[in-house]
Every structure is written in structure tokens, then in C-alpha cells.
Design a protein around this ligand. Sequence first.
Ligand SMILES: *Cc1c(COP(=O)(O)O)cnc(C)c1O
Length: 392
Amino acid sequence: MSITSFNPPVRTLMGPGPSDVHPRITSAMARPTIGHLDPAFVGMMDEVKQMLQYAFQTKNQLTIPVSAPGSAGMETTFVNLLERGDKAIVCQNGVFGGRMKENVERCGATPIMVEDEWGKPVDPQKVEDALKANPDAKLLAFVHAETSTGARSDADILCKLAHDHDTLTLVDTVTSLAGCELKVDEWGIDAIYSGTQKCLSCTPGISPVSFSERAVDVITKRNSKVQSWFLDTNLVMGYWGSNAKRAYHHTAPVNALYALHEALVILQEEGLENAWARHTNNHQALRAGLEAMGLAFVVDEAHRLPQLNSVTIPDGIDEAAVRSRLLNEFNLEIGAGLGTLAGRVWRIGLMGYSSRAENIFLCLSSLEAVLSDMGADVNTGVALEAAQAAMK
Ligand SMILES: *Cc1c(COP(=O)(O)O)cnc(C)c1O
């Protein structure tokens, strides 16, 4: 056997996630593993729950990290709320709305689709029409921050519409949590899930979720058992619940939770509003540089996510070749387009710890170097100055 230890290259991560992990988080992760029922660990679990309530801006008791990535958080919200024969309104304006549809179908429920063009936000008028046409719908599901396009939908308005029609709300905030305004209680979100590897800048693999009292009431009054044993919140709460006996359900990913704890401490130190503002300011600087170079944004300004920038590719340029040169020559990762935008855009992430000045300058200068070397029709020598001027 000639296989030896794996030493990954050191990259700068400016794609759609994972983002750069803060060094404080990787060192937290390297601390000694203890038992997942150890009283010292249980105390840390309570702090994680409390800090997640702050990050989500909620008082929801059922606010916990699911021991699996964002997709498992998505599945947790759907399998607990839906039963066979239910109806759910699902908004799709990118990749992740399509996965919501899959989840609804696999619960044996019927999805009522509200579709918008990729790159556009969810249209509240279409949602209202769907709610009126389907008074028996149990929930309205949509993606707050569509990472596949960079569009932000108005979660506040969509949730109010749903509640006017006595419908629960289920919201994907994998990319929005800690990167832009998100207020679970104020907006009336009933079921929410996120991820650790986007704007929390933690290692991938954990999914924070939260359920309102209204949602918990629906879950406890189910007629049938939740189809997934692992994701059944009734069982998970035996371990994570505030008055729980901390019964063994599954072995918690102990060190990954040290990492999440540290990520949340960092967020608390910075302050949620300051984190949102940092993402906005850094987006403005990157945007100024990219536009000075001659690249255009895909999403209208009013609906643009600061943490995920979808930009056009100069004519005649092989977009995949650019990405691989950025990776090989500059250790910089940016994202490709997905679905209908594949081959037509790059997705440049400014998430969490990746959202900082040095990354903006690295991205602009290396992109300019590669593009001008490939003979692309871009303006050279102006991007850094434009970004500098826009930087707060
Ligand atoms: C990344 C992402 C997910 C999936 O999260 P994983 O951790 O990759 O499973 C779901 N929804 C959105 C909007 C995302 O950006």
C-alpha cells in the first residue's frame, strides 16, 4: 500500500459553498472528542440551540442542528409536516425548488407548482393565486436565497400571504442564514432549514432547523408515523429537547458540533446585523470591480443576493477553462452555472469568512489575468480601482 495521509491544497473558496472555514472553527474541530452524552457536551448542546435561536431570530423551542447536510434539513421539514394525501404549494425559480417538489412527492403528497424564470424572485401574485385556488394546501414552500441563480425572494411578503390563507410556511435559508436579513418569528416562518457551510463558514455536514409552535402542533397531531426514523423530530427531541432525558438516538457528530458552536460564537461576536451589512458592502465592492471589467449581473439589482453573484461570461470564452485556470494557477474556486444557466454564468460566492476584502481583490485580479490572457473582450486595469472606491 502506498496510500499516505491526505493533505488537501489550500484554496480560496468563492463558489456557491462550501465557503472558507474560519481558522478558529478548524481549530475548535481538532479539540478532543468526548462522549455525546457527557455532561460537558450536553452543556455545549444547550449553547448551540440558544445561539441558533439568535441566528434565526426566533424563540422556537424546536431549534436544533440536524446531524447531516442542508439537504437533510430540507427533508426533515417536509417529512415531519406532510402526510400521504396532503397538498403543498411549491415555488420553483431555480434548482432547489425542484428538490422541494421531489420531497413533497416522496412524502406521498401532491405538489402544486408556482414557477418563475431562473434568476427572478418568486412572484407574490402567482403565490396568492395558488393559495386562493388551493384553500386545502397544508403549506407553502419556497427558497429564500436561490443559490443556483443568486436571486432573493421576499420571504416576509410570501409568509404573510400564506398566513392570510391559514397555510403553513416552509422556507429554505441554506444560503441566506447569516448572509442577509432573516427574521423567523417576525416574518412568521413555520419550518426552516439551513446549512453550516455557506454564510456560517463552518465545515459542511450539519443542518440547523427550526419549527414554530404552530408547526409542532401539526407534527404532534399527525395521523401516521413520520416516514423517516432518523429525521422524525419526535424522536430526535428525546436527545436534543430541553427537558429531554438525552436518550440515545444517534451518535451526535461531536467534533462537527464543536465547529458549529465556534461558528455561532463568531457570529454572535460580530453581531447578526453587522454580518448582514458586511455581506452587502463586500458585494458592492466586488460588483463595482466586475462591472468595471465589463461583466454583467444576471439578477435585477432589487433581488440580488450579496453572498452569491451570478455574472455573464465574455463572448467566445470557454467558461470551464477559466475556472480550471483559476483553480490551478491561483488556488481560487468559483462556481459554474447550474440547470438552465449552465455554461452561461459564473457564480461567485462571498459567503461568511469568504466575504472579505482580500478575497475580492484576489478574485478580480486573477479573473482579469486569466481573461486577458485568453483574449477576452474585457476592460483591463480598472477593476481593482473600482472595487477599492466602492469599499466601505
Ligand atoms: C447548498 C444548498 C442546499 C443543500 O445543502 P447541502 O448541505 O449541500 O445538502 C439546499 N438549498 C440551498 C438553497 C442551497 O444553497
